[in-house]
Design a protein around this ligand. Structure first.
Ligand SMILES: *[C@@H]1O[C@H](CO)[C@@H](O)[C@H](O)[C@H]1NC(C)=O
Ligand SMILES: *[C@@H]1O[C@H](CO)[C@@H](O)[C@H](O)[C@H]1NC(C)=O
Length: 261
């Protein structure tokens, strides 16, 4: 009897310890999950993609083809379209000059559809645009006379993973209508960060989405412990603060891209 009582007590003690650890252990965080259905997309704020702007985010997927992001000038010439194509490689197609023949295509690297987090960055520097995928980069220059990306009034918002199906009714408002017919992205997104025409980076929050789940939330949305001037970066369980100081050197923000996913 006494032995049973002790054993039973011991079992309860372990259960209590296990429960306490479960409560204290950080819960896994994810971010935004897009279901990749025929209607899914996430809408983010506009990107002021002027000649010194940056835009970056992290994604995780096993899909081999899909639209990652799209933004345009409301239907004239300018657009940015980033996607995964043939075997999960990243391609950026853009036009920042006034004219249909100003298109530039940048392909970077190996397949990234391995179910791990990857980070893509688009960085502008006057006529040159750079695409970085996990720190591996390639650049292309645009040729023309005007390198401004539309104008902030009439530009579209930033779409991630697909475009709203309502746009079928207003296809002339798309500078690259084929974006509407791309395979939608199925996977997770986190750390959507804007360099909005300045060297200062800000986190972008989803405005609205279809076919999207937002829980478990990414670490920086649960808790942002960073002091002013520092950028919160979500890790798998915890946020970290990136306090890199960014300086503008001949129109380019320097010190930005030291990042390890
Ligand atoms: C970037 O700038 C545009 C245009 O001024 C603004 O509409 C948008 O909200 C900004 N984005 C963020 C993430 O602050
Ligand atoms: C970025 O470009 C805008 C206009 O295109 C300019 O007003 C701003 O000063 C530039 N910022 C830096 C840090 O170069």
């Amino acid at each position: 009897m006494a032995t049973w009582a002790m054993a039973s007590h011991g079992r309860w003690a372990w259960l209590t310890v296990a429960l306490t650890l479960t409560i204290l252990a950080p819960s896994p965080t994810v971010g935004i999950f897009l279901q990749g259905t025929e209607t899914s997309y996430a809408r983010f704020p506009k990107w002021d993609a002027c000649t010194n702007a940056t835009f970056s985010f992290e994604f995780r997927t096993t899909q081999s083809e899909g639209l990652l992001m799209y933004a345009d000038d409301g239907g004239r010439f300018d657009f940015f379209q980033q996607m995964m194509h043939t075997g999960g490689r990243i391609r950026l197609i853009l036009n920042i000059v006034n004219g249909r023949d100003g298109r530039v295509q940048i392909d970077v690297g190996r397949s990234v559809n391995d179910g791990h987090w990857h980070r893509v960055v688009i960085r502008r520097h006057r006529m040159e645009t750079t695409l970085l995928v996990d720190g591996v980069s390639d650049s292309r220059s645009s040729f023309g006379s005007d390198f401004n990306f539309g104008n902030t009034e009439s530009n579209s918002e930033m779409f991630i993973g697909g475009l709203p199906n309502e746009m079928h009714d207003n296809i002339h408002q798309l500078a690259l209508p084929s974006a509407l017919y791309k395979t939608r992205f199925r996977g997770s997104i986190r750390n959507v960060i804007y360099g909005n025409c300045t060297c200062q980076r800000t986190r972008g929050r989803m405005i609205e989405g279809v076919g999207v789940t937002v829980r478990p939330r990414e670490a920086c949305d649960v808790r942002d412990p960073c002091r002013r001037g520092c950028l919160c970066v979500s890790g798998d369980t915890e946020p970290t603060c990136d306090c890199t100081e960014l300086k503008c050197v001949t129109g380019e923000c320097v010190g930005v891209f030291i990042f390890r996913p």
